[in-house]
Write a protein that binds this ligand. Structure first.
Ligand code: ZN
Length: 409
């Protein structure tokens, strides 16, 4: 394996200095939701153009670059990462700290990363890890992915003797707000396979995610003077809470894991006249997913009938299990497993109890989009850390995937 530790870690730390935290409150109102994301995207665009790639900042607010093929008849391959960081804890003002990990707890000015809570740390005794100062997150989600993709591209540009097809990159905004893929330059995309570099620990590959839908249930009640309400008033909030109570507690997020799906009432707002509830439906299996949607809708209508309330339901599919696209185009996974084997990296498939930008791409464009490890841990928290060894490994994996496109892994 090529040693990218110095260069990829330096690049990563440079990217962590950009304040690119996204803001879910501005979803649908502003794209990207924060200006800091554009600053980082424009910096990446400058770097890509400095390397000689064809690149643009698209009208969808996505950085799109292509390193053109230097040999004919090799399929194109795309890599994608998001430039925003989560807002669960402060994501701006990051001061990254390098540590040669000596074992034990890591005491930072703002927090302690406990050995007992982080069994993976033991693998990296004697090697370098990077944390924040404990007062912000680090932003390895997903600046580690951005740095690894950029590092691989820089290497290919420095080594024109390495044969490759078109290598395409996308740096998207607002993944953390769930709106990043609301717009995407599919019309300019040349690759039929894409890898998101947005995963976690060493060796992890995510090929399956939930099927996800949101049902918006609007209950219209009947309002009367409360003094003469008997037999006439229909309280929309009561109807909404009856629907909530009727959902099985054993099929809630807090009672399920692994492959089990769930219903989750995300919000109930309104008055006795009109209540709006949002229910999230999640399931890995598509038949079971369809069943959940129809069962919820039938339940809501039945409760509405019993209470003589009008119930309107609007169910929208958010994303589907990306396993479908991976099964339809098995070469995406075959390639990455072959590439990893060549490097001696053991990949382990993990389930995503959520979605990814890749799942949105798989749903919209039928493009298989597995999610690969970047080396990060404890995302969305002050205790976030990343292994520099694994970042270097991820750069090697990207290069090996590109090499495998030629068919000679
Ligand atoms: Zn991410």
């Amino acid at each position: 394996m090529i040693d990218f530790r110095d260069s990829v870690s330096g690049r990563f730390i440079r990217y962590t200095e950009y304040d690119s935290m996204s803001n879910p409150a501005l979803c649908g109102k502003k794209r990207p939701t924060t200006d800091g994301q554009v600053v980082l995207q424009k910096a990446l665009l400058d770097e890509l153009s400095g390397m000689g790639l064809e690149c643009e900042y698209t009208q969808e607010s996505v950085v799109h670059g292509i390193l053109r093929a230097n040999v004919p008849n090799v399929p194109a391959v795309a890599f994608m990462a998001h430039v925003d960081t989560a807002d669960d804890v402060m994501g701006n003002g990051v001061k990254a700290i390098r540590h040669t990990y000596a074992g034990g707890d890591i005491r930072l000015p703002g927090t302690v990363i406990r050995e007992a809570d982080n069994p993976d740390l033991a693998k990296y005794i004697g090697s370098e890890i990077i944390t924040s100062d404990g007062t912000t997150l680090l932003g390895a989600d997903d600046k580690a992915g951005v740095a690894e993709i950029m590092e691989a591209l820089a290497y290919l540009v420095r080594h024109p003797e390495i044969c490759h097809g078109d290598v395409e990159v996308f740096f998207t905004p607002d993944e953390e707000t769930g709106s990043g893929m609301d717009q995407f330059p599919y019309d300019r995309m040349v690759s039929k396979v894409c890898y998101t570099m947005d995963g976690g620990p060493e060796g992890e590959i995510e090929c399956e995610c939930f099927n996800a839908a949101t049902s918006t249930i609007t209950v219209s009640g009947v309002s009367t003077h409360l003094g003469s309400a008997r037999g006439r008033l229909v309280n929309a909030l009561k109807v909404a809470s009856t629907i909530t109570d009727a959902l099985p507690q054993a099929e809630s997020p807090e009672a399920t894991d692994g492959r089990y799906g769930y219903y989750h009432v995300g919000s109930v707002t309104g008055t006795n006249v009109r209540a709006v509830m949002e229910v999230y439906i999640r399931d890995f299996d598509s038949d079971s997913f369809s069943f959940r949607i129809s069962a919820l809708e039938e339940l809501a209508r039945a409760v509405g009938r019993i209470y003589h309330a009008q119930v309107d339901i609007d169910t929208r599919i958010s994303y589907r299990n990306m396993a479908r696209a991976n099964e339809a185009h098995p070469q995406a996974l075959e390639t990455v497993f072959a590439a990893a084997k060549g490097l001696g990296i053991r990949l382990e498939e993990a389930l995503i109890r959520g979605g990814t930008d890749g799942a949105r791409m798989a749903e919209k464009a039928g493009i298989p989009c597995p999610n690969l490890f970047t080396g990060g841990h404890n995302y969305h928290s002050l205790e976030e850390w990343v292994s520099v060894d694994v970042m270097s490994e991820a750069v090697n994996l990207i290069l090996a995937i590109i090499g495998c496109q030629k068919g000679g892994c």
